[in-house]
Design a protein around this ligand. Structure first.
Ligand code: ADP
Ligand code: MG
Length: 460
């Protein structure tokens, strides 16, 4: 670890915790503190744990490759540069790797885009026995800028991330757990009330405003968009996507799952098992719709239903006809569905994160009800799911494009039937039943996916 280094006047280095695997640095023993060239320097975080986020073009003369880094601030200092100018700079501390050695160094951030070297290593960063050979360059292992190619190494980030949760419910369990899990892993979470966002749709400078100020750049967005705000929430998420921010679920995938008809069509197209379902906007006779699905009892569901509120079990054809008639008079959108009797009021929630089922539970309806929703008095219990159920859940999330999803299944005689797929699954029930840190798993998924933003020029 503390082996001595011999350095030339220029060396390839890396700053692993900043997500910078290769930087050409100049070794300048005339300078005390090391410096990294940074632009768009934005402080964030709390007073007792201040952070800074900044942009960097790691490759000289390649302004198209742009990376955003975050680091903990340890100080702000007046630094005088070689040209005699004094500037108040943020000082960060982060591990520096040169050849075989990695050690923490202090680095000041300064915006000098014109400099030939993105980093300058000052004498404070060197250890006592290190030797600088001013006549040699690249004495240590040489690296390559190829690591900044978009397809390069998909290693999880180790830097402190700036994450925003889009939600209207700052106090709810899921939001609080996401904050807790991210903070425990040294990230910073900000809550953004989707309703208070407004958007500047501009090809050159797209921005999301919040209470009349543009929002900073986030590394990742966790959308938790309630059913009442789907289309506006999706527009906000889409805007973050335009900015290059990693969104845990994309707006398109949220749209796929929210629109029950679309979700049913996509899942059916890919051969996912579902209860036989029919829908119609205004067929002349309800009988046809009923016959398409089979015999009674059958389920009639309002498309906007959540928490089991718009789901009706019609025991007889007469009952089905009158419910359909009533829904139609209200101009409500609904679907008619085969009743999976053998499910016996139990449904299975599979929580999918990054293509894996990380937890599952079953929900049992209150006696006398067929709806297992916890809001309807259902009870959550642990369950072991079969391989087929696991695969169905994973495929359903994938087909809709969701990286985090709650997939609800019914157990039928002919295998698992997908009922619905939720893009902002609640964490409370599933964490307490499974005793797993699901919020932590979501944060780890973000670390795997939130690569430094590398911006490429738009083609004219
Ligand atoms: P919501 O979006 O309101 O939760 P769901 O489609 O999930 O609507 O239905 C609510 C509950 O009703 C389900 O969790 C399940 O227990 C029961 N249910 C829904 N559809 C069926 C069906 N086709 N067969 C049997 N039970 C069903
Ligand atoms: Mg449901």
């Amino acid at each position: 670890m503390t082996e001595k280094l011999t350095l030339g006047w220029e060396e390839w280095v890396s700053l692993p915790k900043l997500g910078l695997p290769a930087i050409k640095a100049k070794i300048d023993t005339g300078a005390r503190t090391s410096a990294l060239h940074a632009f768009a320097v934005e402080p964030f975080g709390s007073n007792d744990r201040p952070r800074v986020r900044f942009g960097l073009h790691p490759i000289p003369n390649r302004p198209d490759v742009e990376i955003y880094c975050s680091a903990r601030v340890i100080d702000r200092r007046e630094i005088t540069s070689s040209n005699g100018e004094t500037e108040l700079r943020y000082i960060i501390e982060t591990p520096l790797r040169v050849g075989p050695r990695e050690w923490p160094v202090e680095i000041s951030l300064t915006n000098r885009e014109s400099m030939q070297y993105r980093m300058l290593i000052g004498r404070h960063a060197l250890m006592k026995d290190d030797v600088v050979e001013p006549r040699h360059s690249f004495v240590q292992e040489e690296l390559s800028y190829d690591v900044y190619k978009p397809q390069a190494a998909k290693v999880p980030v180790q830097r402190s991330l700036r994450i925003a949760v889009l939600t209207r419910e700052p106090d709810n369990y899921s939001t609080q757990r996401l904050i807790e899990a991210a903070t425990a892993r040294d990230h910073v979470v900000e809550l953004i009330d989707t309703r208070r966002c407004y958007i500047n749709i501009n090809a050159f400078a797209p921005e999301v405003y919040y209470d009349s100020v543009p929002l900073p750049r986030f590394d990742a967005i966790i959308p938790r968009i309630g059913a009442s705000l789907t289309s506006y929430g999706m527009a906000v998420v889409r805007q973050f996507e335009t900015l290059g921010t990693y969104c845990v679920n994309t707006s398109a995938s949220i749209g796929n799952s929210r629109d029950k008809l679309l979700a049913h069509q996509l899942l059916a197209k890919h051969g996912i098992g579902m209860p036989v379902t029919a829908f119609a906007s205004s067929p002349k006779d309800s009988d046809n719709l009923i016959e398409m699905v089979g015999q009674t009892p059958l389920i009639i569901k309002l498309l906007e239903s959540t928490q089991g509120r718009g789901v009706v079990l019609a025991e007889t054809k007469k009952a089905a006809q009158s419910v359909i008639g009533a829904f139609r008079n209200l101009n409500a959108n609904f679907l008619v569905q085969e009743f999976i009797k053998e499910a016996e009021g139990v449904d299975i929630r599979c929580l999918v994160v990054g293509g894996k089922v990380v937890a599952s539970m079953k929900r049992e309806a209150q006696t006398g009800d067929f709806r297992s929703n916890l809001h309807r008095g259902g009870v959550a219990r642990a369950v072991r799911i079969s391989k087929e159920e696991r695969e169905t859940a994973i495929r359903a999330a994938k087909i809709l494009g969701l990286e985090v999803a709650g997939v609800d299944l019914l157990r039928s005689q002919t295998g698992p039937k997908v009922l619905e797929v939720n893009s902002s699954p609640g964490l409370s029930g599933i964490e307490s039943v499974s005793r797993k840190d699901i919020a932590g798993l979501i944060v780890q998924h973000i670390e795997r996916r939130a690569h430094p933003i590398v911006r490429r020029p738009r083609r004219a």
